[in-house]
Design a protein around this ligand. Structure first.
Ligand SMILES: *[C@@H]1O[C@H](CO)[C@@H](O)[C@H](O)[C@H]1NC(C)=O
Ligand SMILES: *[C@@H]1O[C@H](CO)[C@@H](O)[C@H](O)[C@H]1NC(C)=O
Ligand SMILES: *[C@@H]1O[C@H](CO)[C@@H](O)[C@H](O)[C@H]1NC(C)=O
Ligand SMILES: *[C@@H]1O[C@H](CO)[C@@H](O)[C@H](O)[C@H]1NC(C)=O
Ligand SMILES: *[C@@H]1O[C@H](CO)[C@@H](O)[C@H](O)[C@H]1NC(C)=O
Ligand SMILES: *[C@@H]1O[C@H](CO)[C@@H](O)[C@H](O)[C@H]1NC(C)=O
Ligand SMILES: *[C@@H]1O[C@H](CO)[C@@H](O)[C@H](O)[C@H]1NC(C)=O
Ligand SMILES: *[C@@H]1O[C@H](CO)[C@@H](O)[C@H](O)[C@H]1NC(C)=O
Length: 838
């Protein structure tokens, strides 16, 4: 049975350890007992007070006809609820709570039905008491406690309260609605403190953690809010492991509480105490606040600290609505309060509950009337507002304008972001919207022009001012499409002409886009137009008789060459004995790389397929390969290594190249051999991926089981060794290793490492990360040390990439977002934890 631990006197004189072990008796305290047979009703206007009068147990009126059985701070104007029995079902007037003559605390409605009862598990109480700590207890005749409100918390903790393992706080639904909301704060069985959000994605409610600090706060035995107002994790022997919150002011002058607020933020609050002389236990049951203190004391709770620091970016589901609802976005106000906002021309779906999200105030774009509908829409800029999920298409495109056009012409597109050459198209419902100060690029949201300046025949007034047309035009969302009658008649030659022109223009653009993206139809065309078919003789001349060797690999040797037009090229001659494998490799490479066009992929200029000769001609990359740059000749760290910014730039470039291969070609390309040797740098140090000899062409959504190990040892994903399907996630794995090498500027394996622990980079990096000693990874790199936060982010991303379980590895678009910092990087598990379970 839980010991009794709430005498303030005892607290001062005894250590915490003793307090937790010694049973205290209610009789040792000068409290007012609630004797058997006592009761409170909603009408009686009385409360059970603590001896000091600071806390009261009883009914609080919440709505005109709804009462909460609660414990409140009774001496401050804001009679803050710290605990309640019936938060999800307010009790009607006429309800009653009674400590029965049988020693049970029972709460019933006017017809006598039980609403709630304290669960005392057998023994009966001899009395109850509201203590000065804010704890309401039921005690047996020997003084031991049978039930305590402290053991059954709602959303608030008070000093001297303890959260044992497997206990939780559940946030209220909103500021004024005490019902259970979406957020939980849990002291888990494993001793970790975690905050969870219930994700209300239609059909699949699920929970996920949005805050956990167990890498910094060690797991402990219990969470203690001690007498002097420190909230800390304690070990089994009572030692303080880490403070979650530290006290601000003296507990004699201030009240303290920790509440999981309705917005999912755990806040530490302080309120000045009212002067103790003014003890006035009158009943004030009508919710009005007394004005005695006005002008004398500040009468507000002040939040001194809170976690997480940015709820907007902390909450991120896979598909869920985020901290605010769908189509809305979350902004931190005054650095600590969450505000939900709607994009331009969007309104709250439920004005009384901003977390329910936003809906457009206009009819969506009609896919069947695209040519005219394009002009009816505009894009409204929303700088620094991001919806990191919801992407359905991403592609490279030269200008923001073309990116915008793509969205306007695609009826699925709700919002578009152009960022460094990448065009991201997003569709409704937009989820996890938030203000991100670090966001590069801006969001442009599609809105219907309310007063179009184009030809009068194609105006679409907003729904309010138009007449609903009852016909088959119903949208998916069940939202009726409103059209003005005149539009139906707008079949003038002009409109037809306009539509036709737009349509032709549109299909041309689309065709070009397909070709750019390696579309199957355009492929052969494209190859013949863009790849030069050299004769062997021409290449012999270009390379001066295959003289200057740039490098050699398993399949052939690469030479430096100069084309007649003075263009520098790298000429790769595959070994003479042409085997079937090599033929296939040759064909693959011509097909794969020839069909691609991306600034982070090495360009194939041409090829030679003559008799037994198989030669590939590439653009020349004057700064050589990444492995030489990173590891130099000797392999060790040396002064000539590239700087931190160069390295992070290379990481992003390689990631972009892989995104292109994985996501943006009509046929997905898996490179299968991502490693520093296959990343080349041009004269401006732009990184490009090379060597597609092993690439696999997979139709999107199709996976294949491979036999035989491909790729290069050390970078190869573990699934190659197992009989499981190989997917694009193998490249993610290799990229993770490459990323670590970039961060640490050393090779995946270093036989001459200072200690054995450091030989395998991935293992060593995880050790360092786990122990919070990331600095060891970038020891003599001042630039990296100055950016240790970014180092940590990159290492975490790498750890996610190299997870043994392919399904845990993120996709490359996510990787880019995480590298950029636009998406929170969760704490990665041990990469090898999956291996043992196979
Ligand atoms: C409270 O009740 C207990 C048990 O009935 C009794 O021993 C104690 O004296 C009471 N305390 C006060 C202050 O009435
Ligand atoms: C509080 O919110 C819940 C959940 O939305 C709702 O069912 C309940 O009616 C609300 N209560 C009040 C008093 O508004
Ligand atoms: C509460 O905890 C803090 C820090 O963990 C400690 O300094 C302080 O002495 C504790 N107070 C009491 C009353 O145990
Ligand atoms: C209490 O436990 C911690 C680890 O949980 C240990 O480091 C410490 O030495 C222990 N202290 C005592 C007094 O046993
Ligand atoms: C989380 O860890 C950081 C770094 O150790 C620390 O500064 C912070 O206070 C921790 N957060 C909480 C809630 O304790
Ligand atoms: C209470 O009143 C006394 C004297 O009236 C004053 O000294 C003290 O500062 C006041 N405040 C508190 C918190 O005790
Ligand atoms: C609540 O009580 C105050 C004063 O005690 C009174 O002025 C006010 O009218 C009451 N409000 C209601 C809703 O009964
Ligand atoms: C529409 O008209 C209103 C006033 O009539 C004007 O303020 C607003 O800027 C116009 N909007 C557009 C998109 O032209």
């Amino acid at each position: 049975m839980a010991p009794f631990q709430h005498s303030r006197l005892c607290f001062f004189s005894l250590s915490l350890l003793l307090l937790l072990l010694l049973p205290f008796t209610v009789t040792s305290q000068s409290n007012r007992n609630v004797s058997l047979g006592s009761s409170l009703t909603t009408e009686s206007n009385s409360l059970w007070l603590s001896p000091s009068g600071e806390f009261a147990f009883g009914f609080q009126r919440i709505t005109t006809d709804g009462y909460l059985l609660a414990i409140v701070f009774d001496k401050i104007p804001e009679r803050t609820v710290v605990w309640s029995a019936n938060r999800n079902n307010l009790a009607p007037i006429g309800s009653r709570v009674e400590l029965t003559t049988q020693g049970r605390l029972v709460f019933t409605d006017p017809s006598g039905n039980q609403i709630w009862a304290a669960n005392t598990n057998g023994p009966v109480a001899s009395h109850a008491a509201m203590l000065d700590t804010g704890n309401f207890v039921l005690a047996s005749s020997d003084g031991s406690s049978l039930w305590e409100s402290f053991q059954d918390p709602t959303d608030t903790l008070l000093p001297t309260q303890i959260m044992e393992r497997d206990s939780r706080l559940i946030a209220s639904h909103s500021r004024s609605n005490h019902s259970e909301g979406r957020f939980k704060f849990i002291m888990q069985l494993d001793g970790n403190l975690v905050m969870y959000q219930r994700d209300e994605h239609p059909g699949t409610p699920s929970e996920y953690a949005y805050w956990s600090n167990h890498s910094n706060i060690p797991s402990g035995y219990r969470l203690v809010f001690n007498q002097s107002g420190f909230l800390f994790v304690a070990s089994i022997n009572g030692t303080v492991l880490d403070n979650v919150f530290s006290n601000g002011g003296s507990s004699q002058d201030f009240y303290h509480r920790v509440t999981l607020d309705y917005d999912g933020v755990l806040r530490y609050y302080e309120h000045p105490k009212r002067n103790a002389s003014n003890n006035n236990p009158t009943s004030r049951n009508n919710g009005s606040t007394s004005s005695e203190e006005d002008g004398v004391w500040p009468t507000k709770w002040v939040s001194l600290d809170f976690e997480p620091k940015n709820i907007c970016t902390a909450v991120r589901g896979t598909l869920g609505s985020g901290a605010c609802g769908y189509n809305s976005y979350c902004e931190m106000e005054d650095g600590q309060y969450r505000v939900c906002k709607c994009p331009p021309r969007y309104i709250f779906q439920d004005p009384s509950d901003e977390t329910k999200g936003c809906v457009p105030d206009f009819a969506p774009q009609d896919c069947r009337r695209l040519p005219e509908e394009i002009d009816a829409f505009d894009l409204a800029a929303m700088p620094k507002v991001n919806w990191p999920q919801s992407n359905y298409e991403a592609f490279e495109i030269d200008t923001e304008d073309l990116c915008q056009q793509s969205c306007l012409k695609d009826c699925r597109c709700t919002l578009v972001v152009y960022n460094g050459g990448l065009c991201l198209m997003k569709r409704s419902p937009l989820s996890n919207g938030r203000v991100e100060d670090a966001m590069s690029g801006r969001s442009l949201i599609k809105v219907r022009r309310s007063n179009s300046t184009t030809t009068t025949t194609t105006t679409f007034p907003p729904p309010v001012s138009s007449v609903p047309v009852e016909n088959e035009e119903k949208e998916n969302g069940g939202q009726a499409l409103f059209i003005v009658g005149s539009v139906l008649l707008a079949t003038s030659a002009f409109v037809i002409l306009l539509s036709a022109t737009t349509f032709i223009l549109f299909s041309r653009l689309k065709k070009k886009k397909d070709q750019d993206r390696g579309g199957k139809d355009g492929e052969n065309d494209w190859l013949s137009r863009n790849l030069q078919n050299f004769s062997y003789r021409q290449l012999e001349q270009a390379t001066g008789g295959f003289d200057e060797v740039l490098g050699s690999g398993a399949s052939g040797t690469v030479y430096r060459g100069v084309l007649p037009n003075q263009r520098l090229v790298a000429v790769k001659r595959l070994d003479n004995a042409v085997s079937q494998t090599q033929d296939r490799e040759f064909e693959t490479e011509v097909k794969v790389i020839g069909g691609t066009n991306h600034k982070n992929l090495v360009k194939l200029v041409g090829f030679c397929n003559e008799g037994l000769h198989r030669v590939l001609v590439y653009e020349f990359m004057s700064n050589g390969s990444l492995d030489k740059l990173l590891f130099g000749g000797g392999g060790g760290r040396d002064s000539s290594r590239p700087g931190w910014y160069t390295r992070t730039g290379i990481a992003s470039a390689v990631a972009r190249g892989i995104v292109y291969l994985h996501e943006e070609c009509s046929t997905q390309i898996i490179h299968c051999d991502i490693k520093p040797q296959n990343v080349l740098l041009d004269e401006s140090m732009t990184a490009k991926i090379a060597d597609f000899g092993l690439a696999k062409l997979l139709k999107v959504d199709q996976t294949r089981t491979m036999t035989g190990i491909r790729g290069t040892k050390g970078y190869v994903a573990p699934e190659w060794f197992r009989n499981v399907p190989v997917t694009a996630k193998v490249d993610v794995h290799s990229f993770g290793i490459l990323l670590l090498e970039l961060v640490c500027c050393r090779s995946k394996l270093e036989m001459e490492a200072e200690s054995e622990d450091e030989v395998v980079l991935a293992d060593w990096a995880y050790e360092c990360y786990k122990e919070g000693k990331l600095a060891r990874l970038v020891e003599d790199d001042d630039e990296a040390m100055a950016n240790i936060g970014k180092v940590e982010r990159f290492v975490k991303v790498a750890m996610w990439c190299i997870q043994d379980d392919p399904s845990l590895r993120p996709g490359m678009i996510k990787v880019i977002h995480m590298l950029e910092g636009s998406v929170h990087v969760p704490i990665p598990p041990d990469p090898a934890s999956f291996m043992s379970t196979i």
